[in-house]
Each structure stands twice: as C-alpha cells, then as structure tokens.
Design a protein around this ligand. Structure first.
Ligand SMILES: [Mg+2]
Ligand SMILES: [Zn+2]
Length: 196
C-alpha cells in the first residue's frame, strides 16, 4: 500500500480537454473516482501534480485552475474519497504573460512540485507511486525514488512509443488506466498490463 499517489491531472484523472478552463467541462476518466475512494479510504494520500502552462500562455487565470480543483475535490468527496493536495505549475519559459514566463523549477519534468509535496506531506519517496500519461510526469518521480506508472489514457498510448528508448524504461510500468492500480495494490501478481 503506497503512502501517497502523485497523480498527473489531464489525461490521467480527467479527460484531457486541451487547456481546460471551466469546471463544467470536467470529465472523469471511467473508474477513477471509485479508485480514488478505495485508496483514500485505505489511508493512501492522493496528490494531484499538474502543469498548467495555460496561465503563462494567457489562456486562463489562476482562478480557473482553483475553480477546477475545487470542483474535482467536491466530486471526489461526493464519491467517498479525498484529494490531500493539489500542486500546479502556471509557468512556461515561452509564455505571453510576463509574470509566469520563465524557466521555473516546478514545470514537469522539473522536480519542484514533487519536492514540495514530499516536504508538505512528509513523504518517503520509496513508498510513493507516481502516475501520468507523459514520461515527463514520471521522470522527476523516478529520480526522487518513487515507483512510476504510465497510463494509456490521455496522451499515454502515443507516449508509450517514446518509452522503448527511454533511460528509465525498466522503471516504468505501463497500465491501461489509473484503475489498474487497484490490482497492483491488492498484490495480484505482475505489474505490467495489456490494454485489453
Ligand atoms: Mg497529462
Ligand atoms: Zn513552474
């Protein structure tokens, strides 16, 4: 049982709506709410770690992110789970909004948000899992000592093509969706999984 699961947001928890700026357009990926409930009720902290460069690019403001995360928290609580924290990076090195347009230490694959989560929640990285639909969601987590899962939802199928030559390929487990983590939690054999 992991101490915490550090989840990417778009394409991993909810459908990737390409710069989602409205809570009304949140679409949960099938089975995810139930999975979050089961892990949070078993004592695993659920943490969301997400790049939101739409702020730096001028597509939306911080308020939109906050509203989306509030709605997500309400959805998760309504189904019996909880999200312990949200971490987001509003930056982009080549954005339009000057305040947010610089190379930061939090935009994944930089480790800033993971390090902050470790500090805030006193995490032991070797007891934590990271999940995402892009390799950049997993690279900082692996470097910090976490177990990493690439989901095939969102951008994941495409991203899987980049896995074969990746330096961390032996440390990344491909799963069809976040919901497969439940089998792994229950110790049902192998980590790897086929899409069908
Ligand atoms: Mg994603
Ligand atoms: Zn940042």
């Amino acid at each position: 049982m992991p101490q915490a699961i550090l989840c990417d947001r778009d394409g991993t928890l909810i459908k990737d709506e390409h710069f989602l700026d409205d809570p009304a357009r949140i679409r949960w990926i099938s089975g995810v709410l139930s999975l979050l409930k089961q892990f949070s009720q078993a004592g695993t902290k659920i943490l969301v770690v997400t790049n939101q460069s739409g702020v730096a690019r001028g597509y939306f403001k911080l308020d939109s992110i906050e509203a989306i995360h509030l709605q997500m928290q309400q959805d998760v609580e309504a189904s019996g789970g909880a999200i312990a924290d949200f971490y987001y990076c509003p930056h982009h090195p080549q954005g339009r909004i000057q305040t947010y347009s610089y190379p930061c230490n939090c935009r994944k694959p930089a480790p800033g948000m993971f390090q902050q989560a470790i500090e805030d929640h006193r995490l032991q990285p070797e007891k934590c899992w990271a999940v995402g639909d892009r390799l950049r969601d997993l690279e900082p987590a692996i470097e910090l000592g976490m177990k990493a899962f690439l989901v095939q939802t969102g951008y994941g199928i495409k991203e899987q093509q980049n896995l074969y030559e990746h330096i961390y390929k032996s440390q990344i487990t491909v799963i069809s969706s976040l919901t497969k983590l439940l089998r792994i939690k229950n110790g049902e054999g192998k980590f790897s999984d086929n899409p069908n």
